[in-house]
Design a protein around this ligand. Structure first.
Ligand SMILES: Cc1cc2nc3c(=O)[nH]c(=O)nc-3n(C[C@H](O)[C@H](O)[C@H](O)COP(=O)(O)OP(=O)(O)OC[C@H]3O[C@@H](n4cnc5c(N)ncnc54)[C@H](O)[C@@H]3O)c2cc1C
Length: 533
């Protein structure tokens, strides 16, 4: 086999961790291949709460390393992608009946030293947690914690009268599935080969190499690649890949914990989020979402099999409705729900007794039993994906002497090469250059594509130049751009992962879009076959 046919790394999984590692490694000059069996971000990485956050509640588990890394990372990431990420303020209403989960180390300590609290979270402890949150991460852009009088501040208006005081702190929003596709695009621009809808059937050691057998899911065609190192970023399938794809005996395990969200009609009229604490020790967020909606989540439920599609059960949606209704004046009901989604956290199995208590930190393990090395990725957060990739590269580089050092901090993702807070200027300019855009459309394009929005619109001078209109400002020109540049193949890819226009389009409109995309792909395939003949 010619040396140029051998890849350095073969990555299994096109979620945030696989794509983050691919980008970092390709940027260091390694030859990278990545296979994703479905669409990019089709599993956990499009089903998160969509926060770049330190994870305030993890402080109660003394996960200080993880919280500190994530807090520092928020601003690094924000600067690299100010189109798909933005700062948000979180309002945490205080009430004396809020309780800890009984299992947290901090609640155990408090039960010893302050037994009369009977598991309640005292206000001073929340303030202490927020003080640490403000200072562990070296903020420059994000404002610190303040105290809010809910009787006077507009954020108190939608809440029940029993809430008088709140704390307000900062974290960031992130469009999770767009983050994945932008990492994949950038990896490809730096030389990586990104193969979507390509399943890794098997990986076997062949001397110093891995022989990887793949299947094009659409055609069923099988083919092989050889690589010097295998990276298993299979998320919920990480254990399945170890045991069944690479057939390795390993004691490492993953704990699958499902989390569900409900999306409701808009429940309040400001741009801040709520952080609600329950009497069961859990917390949920209520977040302004896609201008006209509210996002509420999440739950923690054990999930047995990665291949069982996670769905928000009636029990989970009732739990979220009841939880939120303990805070809002107007109860949130089933009729308010417009969409639900669910994902599976691939947590490293650290033997914790409850799903809520299992560690959220990531664990990277190299396996070198009898030949070519394999790196297995367990856990991880959207927030720590770039640091996880850097740490993964620390483990990879020793196998590739001469590889350059870390580089991703401060390097913009595609479309993110403008200052934090600069989206309004970009929107104004886009509207001036393309007079047919309305506010919603211009805003949506800048928040999705940043400085590349004009590339999507191209030479269009009028709405007619945008081609077929599918509804909610989605047009043929944008679809063709997404198919060419962002690996979109089906309507589902477009309306739920490249955008969230599924919230606005009817089932018939989505069907029309799908027919258009399938016809377009068939035409491309025919053209390619004719050219080959
Ligand atoms: C409910 C919920 C809320 C969350 N909220 C947040 C949050 O607000 N902030 C935050 O920072 N983190 C959050 N997280 C965590 C974060 O979403 C995950 O840690 C992260 O998305 C995991 O990414 P991944 O790449 O490891 O896995 P995935 O995104 O699941 O990617 C793994 C991919 O591997 C592919 N694959 C598997 N086997 C094969 C094979 N044989 N061949 C080819 N492809 C294969 C799968 O199809 C899948 O796409 C949340 C998680 C959940 C579930």
């Amino acid at each position: 086999m010619a040396n140029e046919d051998i890849l350095d790394l073969f990555i299994i999984g096109g979620g945030i961790n696989g794509c983050g590692i691919a980008r970092d490694a390709a940027g260091r000059g390694l030859r990278v291949g990545l296979a994703e069996m479905n669409d990019l971000a089709s599993a956990t990485s499009s089903a998160s709460t969509k926060l770049f956050h330190g994870g305030l509640r993890y402080l109660e588990y003394f996960e200080v390393r993880l919280v500190r890394e994530a807090l520092i990372e928020r601003e690094t990431l924000l600067r690299a992608m100010p189109h798909i990420s933005w700062p948000m303020r979180f309002v945490l209403p205080y009430h004396r009946d809020m309780r800890f989960e009984g299992e947290t180390p901090i609640s155990k300590l408090l039960n010893i030293f302050m037994p009369w609290m009977k598991g309640r979270r005292p206000a001073w402890l929340i303030r202490l947690g927020l003080f640490l949150y403000d200072h562990l991460g070296g903020r420059k852009i994000l404002p610190g914690t303040t105290t809010v009088n809910l009787k006077q501040d507009p954020v108190g208006m939608p809440l029940q009268d029993r809430f008088e005081k709140a704390y307000e702190y900062s974290d960031c929003w992130i469009e999770d599935s767009r983050l994945v596709v932008l990492n994949a695009r950038d990896a490809q621009a730096r030389g990586a080969q990104i193969m979507t809808r390509t399943k890794v059937l098997s990986a076997e050691r062949d001397g110093d190499l891995w022989k990887i057998t793949l299947q094009d899911v659409a055609s069923g065609r099988e083919f092989t690649h050889h690589a010097k190192m295998l990276i298993n970023a299979g998320g919920p399938w990480v254990e399945d890949v170890i045991r069944n794809t690479a057939r390795i005996n390993s004691s490492e395990g993953v704990r699958l914990v499902r989390g569900s969200h409900i999306v409701t009609r808009k429940l309040f009229d400001h741009d801040k989020c709520y952080f609600f604490q329950g009497e069961d020790g859990r917390i949920i967020f209520a977040i302004p979402y896609e201008t006209d909606f509210t996002l509420i989540g999440t739950t923690d439920a054990e999930h047995d099999d990665p291949s069982t599609k996670p769905v928000c059960t009636e029990e989970e949606s009732n739990y979220l409705l009841n939880f939120a209704s303990q805070y809002f004046k107007q109860p949130v009901t089933k009729d308010d729900i417009v969409w639900t989604y669910s994902g599976v956290r691939p947590l490293y199995d650290d033997g914790a007794t409850s799903a809520t208590a299992a560690t959220r930190d990531y664990v990277l393990k190299v396996n070198q039993d009898g030949g070519a090395p394999m790196l297995n990725v367990f856990g991880g957060k959207i927030t720590t994906y770039r640091k996880l990739a850097e740490h993964a590269l620390e483990k990879i580089v020793p196998f590739f002497p001469g590889t350059s050092g870390s580089w991703t901090a401060g390097v913009a993702l595609p479309g993110g090469d403008f200052p934090v807070g600069g989206t309004d200027d970009l929107i104004t300019k886009l509207k001036a250059d393309y007079a047919f855009l309305d506010d919603f459309w211009a805003h949506r394009l800048i928040k999705a594509y940043g400085t590349l929005a004009a590339e999507v619109l191209g030479q269009a001078k009028s709405l007619e130049d945008m081609g077929q209109v599918f509804g909610a400002s989605l047009t043929e020109r944008e679809i063709l751009w997404l198919m060419k540049n962002e690996y979109a193949r089906t309507a589902q890819d477009v309306v739920w992962r490249r955008s969230k226009l599924g919230l606005r389009l009817t089932a018939e409109q989505i069907e029309t879009l799908d027919i258009f995309m399938q016809a377009n792909m068939a035409q491309d395939a025919l053209q390619a076959a004719t050219e080959q003949a």
